[in-house]
Design a protein around this ligand. Structure first.
Ligand SMILES: Cc1ncc(COP(=O)(O)O)c(C=O)c1O
Length: 408
């Protein structure tokens, strides 16, 4: 048998690494287990979305189109226009539904990367570091290599793109950005976008903006989106830009697998061609329920206000013991731990699990060693996805644990 040679380059998922880290550790089960590990929404799915699924089962009798229904593309277009104060993108040419942003991030690399075009080695996909692990797999399996740009805490976790050498830029065909970022929660500014657009104009690469956390934020102003930034900077037709978004976090429906891509028409056209062969049309009932979800903002505001209250309560408690701040957006706290007697992120996670039965994710599992450092090292990611009481309980145990680390 033969297999794709790059499959061997795929790293175990962070949760696999965590399982190994905890393999010989027994948690104190006098405490109920609480996980802040997995970044999966846990607030309930709104009833009207469940009802819409039930009411639209008739569509199952026919094959859906890969391009989706006009109703869905038009509802997404209207949502983009309302959310980002931009003219409604053309639903026929600038929008495609996808089965969650994860598959689209992966498939996009298959569409964009041209291994025959690159001189001096394999094509590169520029990834933030730390990052969502799909970017790396998408790079390897499209015949490219990831090039990691380390998040810089001094720049609100944006990488220092100006430090990347010219020879590297010449090989970059696709650049992933994640704003709001997982795990940092940081939102890119208009200046950050200007820099990225200038680089894309100069070197010709495509920018894929992963914006699946855009609706969970803690400031009065909603996070700036890539299409919005492009319009503000006069880039009317979104050249070489594609944005990816999703209902998973916005509407608490990760199981529905519903998202979209929008932007540059030529990319959308080629992506649609790729997707018809890949067979990634969205189920008709999911499409119908998605229309209702994109059209409604009330449940999104309610969801956001739950996160706002939760983060306002939890962050100050953890700030007593950890180096942590309220992020711009998303549902993670990205905390530094090494001031606690030099403890590493992995040791922090292991001992917290052992002593207090609370799971957090070591930051180094979400990043790669690049340019001499692993930028996730000495940090932990806490996903505040559970209801507030459970998060509060976890925060109190973390405080007790950290106080123990200082005194021991
Ligand atoms: C940064 C980031 N992008 C994309 C996704 C995928 O989300 P979905 O496929 O549910 O849209 C996730 C999921 O956790 C994520 O954290």
């Amino acid at each position: 048998m033969t297999f794709h040679p790059h499959l061997a380059k795929l790293q175990p998922y962070p949760f696999e690494k965590l399982k190994r880290l905890f393999a010989d550790t027994k948690p104190d089960t006098t405490y109920k287990a609480i996980s802040l590990g997995i970044g999966e929404p846990k607030h309930p799915t709104p009833e009207f979305i469940k009802q819409a699924l039930i009411e639209n089962m008739d569509g199952l009798a026919s094959y859906p189109l890969t391009a989706g229904t006009e109703a869905l593309r038009s509802s997404i277009s209207q949502w983009l226009a309302r959310r980002y104060s931009i003219p409604a993108p053309n639903p026929a040419t600038q929008i495609l539904p996808v089965n969650g942003s994860r598959e689209a991030l992966f498939a996009l690399a298959q569409t964009i990367i041209n291994p025959e075009k690159c001189e001096n080695g394999l094509p590169l996909i520029l990834c933030p570091n730390p990052f969502y692990q799909i970017y790396e797999g998408a790079a390897y399996l499209s015949g490219a290599e990831p090039y990691f740009a380390n998040a810089d805490p001094a720049r609100n976790f944006a990488p220092d793109y100006s430090s990347i050498p010219e020879e590297v830029w010449k090989r970059v065909q696709l650049l992933f950005v994640c704003s709001p970022g997982n795990p940092t929660g940081a939102v890119l500014s208009l200046d950050n976008w200007q820099e990225l657009f200038d680089l894309s104009d100069r070197y010709g690469f495509v920018i894929a903006a992963d914006e699946c956390y855009s609706e969970i934020y803690f400031k009065t102003e909603a996070p700036l989106g890539s299409l919005e930034a492009a319009r503000l900077l006069g880039r009317t037709n979104y050249p070489r830009l594609i944005t990816l978004s999703s209902l998973s976090k916005r509407s608490n429906v990760p199981g529905m697998r519903s998202g979209f891509v929008a932007g540059d028409e030529e990319i959308i056209k080629n992506f649609l061609l790729y997707r018809t062969y890949h067979g990634s049309a969205m189920s008709p009932m999911i499409q119908a329920a998605s229309v209702q979800a994109w059209d409604d903002e009330v449940h999104v505001q309610e969801n956001r206000s739950k996160y706002v209250k939760k983060f306002a309560q939890i962050t100050p408690i953890l700030k007593e013991v950890l180096e942590v701040d309220l992020p711009d957006a998303a549902f993670y706290l990205w905390a530094k731990v090494d001031h606690l007697n030099g403890i590493s992120d992995t040791e922090f996670a292991r001992r917290l699990y052992e002593q207090y039965n609370v799971t957090v994710l070591p930051g180094s599992y979400l990043a790669r060693e690049a340019h001499g450092i692993n930028p996730g090292q000495n940090r932990i990611r806490m996903a505040l996805v559970a209801e507030v009481d459970e998060c509060l309980e976890a925060a109190q145990r973390i405080v007790a644990f950290c106080k123990g680390l200082i005194t021991n």
